[in-house]
Design a protein around this ligand. Sequence first.
Ligand SMILES: CC(C)(COP(=O)(O)OP(=O)(O)OC[C@H]1O[C@@H](n2cnc3c(N)ncnc32)[C@H](O)[C@@H]1OP(=O)(O)O)[C@@H](O)C(=O)NCCC(=O)NCCS
Length: 432
Amino acid sequence: MEKFSAKALPIAADLKAFIKEHGDKKLGEYTIAQTYQGMKGIVGLVTETSKLDPEEGIRFRGYSIPELREKLPKAPKGFEPLPEGIFYLMLMGELPTKEDVMNVSNSWARRAIVPKHVFDTLDHLPKNTHPMTMLSIGVMALQTESEFAKAYQKGINKKNYWEYVYEDAMTLIARLPRVAAYIYRKKYHNDHHIEPNPKLDWAANFAHMLGYETLDVRRLMRLYLTIHADHEGGNVSAHTTHLVGSALSDPYLSFAAGLNGLAGPLHGLANQEVINWIIEMQKQIGKELPTKDEIATYIKKTLEDGKVVPGYGHAVLRKTDPRFSAQQDFYKRYIKQDNMCDIVAMIYEVAPPILEGTGKIKNPWPNVDAHSGALLMHYGIKEFEYYTVLFGVSRALGVMASLIWDRVLGLPIERPGSITIAGLKKKVGVAV
Ligand SMILES: CC(C)(COP(=O)(O)OP(=O)(O)OC[C@H]1O[C@@H](n2cnc3c(N)ncnc32)[C@H](O)[C@@H]1OP(=O)(O)O)[C@@H](O)C(=O)NCCC(=O)NCCS
């Protein structure tokens, strides 16, 4: 925490002075269509952890995914980066050393004990509760432990908010895999739970608690939890966490809100939808490995039925998502042959021209969700209804790092203006 404050406090002071001097300068103009169509392209947030380029994809503190796979510290015998490293990078703005990563790992291992009432709460939910609903409720149950909420009740100086948010963010990240694994084992393994192993890194321990011990699943989990961590500030889960946090709701309340956004099919739930859609395709065609022509027909039918092709399109990206490419690379490197992954590759060949042909889809290329499920299926993690929970565990890294920055920068409550349809028409002189 001392290292972070030494870095962050001067930046916060500099920002204050910068806004004082340049706060009245224009950042851009926007149109009526932008206001109506989800505020796309309107810059309304300051987010330090990562930045998305429409053509190139995500960069975390300036580093692309291929660069991070090369530069971030790895576990022994590991090729994939440790997610502890990307958290450090997002928080500190600099690449971690092996020792920095060990410190984060140890800090999370020390904080990882989940209070019993969280498990009791999950045990009382109806059996058919969706795993994402369970995760959100699990995080809400963890909220009893919020240091920020307690300190605020007692009364603290604004200048110190970030210290308690830092504590909560670290503890939340530390406990999240245990809660997520509990949900998995409860739902799909008859409540046979696996105790954490504090000697393992965060991702390997998560794989262990889920019940997967092979080196390849550890590798996949490290990659998965790294590449899903952040996608700049405006996506639904990041923006929601930031927005709710701006009301000084504590990190648990803020993150649970973000998770509820991630659970939407146009956002994080798309990873479950992709596998659902592929399995349905296999059933309808009657083959485990359909041909490209058969896949093309199925895609066209999906569009004719007024449904989205899951895993394709993006609100900002205009090229193949580098997170998709990293997973393709993982497939080629470690798996080499798998029918589901081959179907994903064939969809990548046939879907873009069909989507482009509609004339309205702005990005015909695959996003992160187009590939992730196929890799998990290969290793026997077949309960696709659970996949968004894995996304949620990873997303905590980015949004919690951002929330710490929000408080250290002293960002105020978020409150954009709104307008009525009649108000819009009046603006341009159209009779109401
Ligand atoms: C991600 C997504 C929500 C972005 O939405 P957006 O910014 O509104 O996208 P666009 O501006 O390209 O949308 C223009 C039109 O194309 C449609 N479209 C976009 N992607 C589509 C897809 N994959 N399949 C079918 N139609 C799609 C939109 O629904 C919209 O249709 P409408 O004008 O009839 O309402 C959208 O591409 C989508 O629904 N993709 C599938 C779900 C998915 O993979 N989500 C995960 C994202 S990481």
